[in-house]
Design a binder for this molecule. Structure first.
Ligand SMILES: NC(=O)C1=CN([C@@H]2O[C@H](COP(=O)(O)OP(=O)(O)OC[C@H]3O[C@@H](n4cnc5c(N)ncnc54)[C@H](O)[C@@H]3O)[C@@H](O)[C@H]2O)C=CC1
Ligand SMILES: C[C@H](O)[C@@H]1OC(=O)[C@H](O)[C@@H]1O
Length: 262
């Protein structure tokens, strides 16, 4: 199996895209640590993966808390001996017009989506460097960006900013860690059917607006993002670093529209 003997941490993996990544990585042979603030769902997710005959465990972790992140890495190494892959997936969205946006909402979204990704990447990278010095192969970091890293949504101001930052964070990490052979890439999903999407796309008009800009004509599934993550974590991506790989159905800029059948 492609990820046999690998150890992967997936943040925000109690639900949605992160859960799909955890399930896929475990099915591909990795030992997976599910890190999330939702302890009940996280434990359930890890148990379900184990019941399917694969290896997973849950560690409670708020990615905005450096001590939580340090504990996450320590617990992973104690359980499985190393960290080979980090998927920085934890994230939240907030919808408000620019003029109405509250400072605390700006700070909360940037704290989770961008600073949380930084804290986890830095902590894991320090562990990866130690592992390389001990003779283990270099690991890889995968950040969850978004189409909103390039297509700014005026109703999702901190979200759009945070994802633009995640793509830039990916580039600076890739350059910084290239001397160690550690690769860092991002995935830029389009609209993917998860609780997050449902929280902001809650009527037919909103859904049709998305579909009008999506040539493939449908909203994506979490497993379709997990497949991109599996590629980026594999040796097939050995010469790929610093990239944001978009998986968005061919998403078009705001001023392009495709007909949506009634
Ligand atoms: N659903 C979509 O259409 C798209 C999602 N994304 C990104 O994919 C990632 C996952 O999104 P979804 O699965 O849709 O969301 P989701 O809301 O279904 O799952 C997000 C998970 O992150 C966890 N989480 C939230 N704050 C956390 C924190 N401080 N520390 C640790 N875990 C935390 C939540 O408990 C939840 O399990 C996010 O980074 C999101 O921005 C990107 C593009 C499209
Ligand atoms: C919640 C967002 O609107 C969702 O997440 C993204 O990054 C895409 O823009 C989706 O629409």
């Amino acid at each position: 199996m492609a990820l046999k003997d690998k150890v992967a941490i997936v943040t925000g993996a109690a639900h949605g895209i992160g859960l799909a990544c955890a399930e896929r990585f475990a099915a591909d042979g990795a030992s997976v640590v599910i890190a999330d603030v939702d302890e009940e769902a996280g434990e359930q997710a890890a148990a379900a993966i184990r019941e399917a005959g694969n290896e997973a465990r849950f560690v409670a972790c708020n990615v905005t808390e450096r001590l939580d992140v340090r504990n996450l890495v320590t617990a992973t190494v104690e359980a499985y001996g190393a960290v080979d892959v980090l998927i920085n997936n934890a994230g939240v969205v907030h919808a408000a017009d620019f003029l109405d946006l509250a400072e605390e909402d700006f700070d909360r979204v940037l704290g989770i989506n961008l600073k949380g990704a930084f804290l986890a990447a830095q902590t894991v990278a320090r562990q990866m460097v130690r592992q390389i010095e001990e003779g283990r192969a270099p690991g890889t970091i995968i950040n969850m960006s978004s189409i909103n890293s390039v297509f700014a949504l005026p109703t999702q101001v901190p979200y759009s900013i945070s994802k633009g930052g995640v793509s830039q964070l990916t580039k600076v990490i890739a350059i910084s860690l290239a001397p160690y052979g550690i690769r860092c890439n991002a995935i830029g999903p389009g609209s993917i059917m998860t609780d997050m999407l449902k929280s902001v796309v809650n009527d037919k008009n909103a859904r049709n607006t998305i579909l009008s800009r999506t040539p493939l004509g449908r909203i994506g599934e979490p497993r379709e993002i997990a497949g991109v993550a599996a590629f980026l974590a594999s040796d097939d991506a050995s010469y790929v670093t610093g990239q944001t790989v978009f998986a968005d159905g061919g998403r078009l800029p705001l001023n392009y529209m495709v007909p949506v059948p009634e």
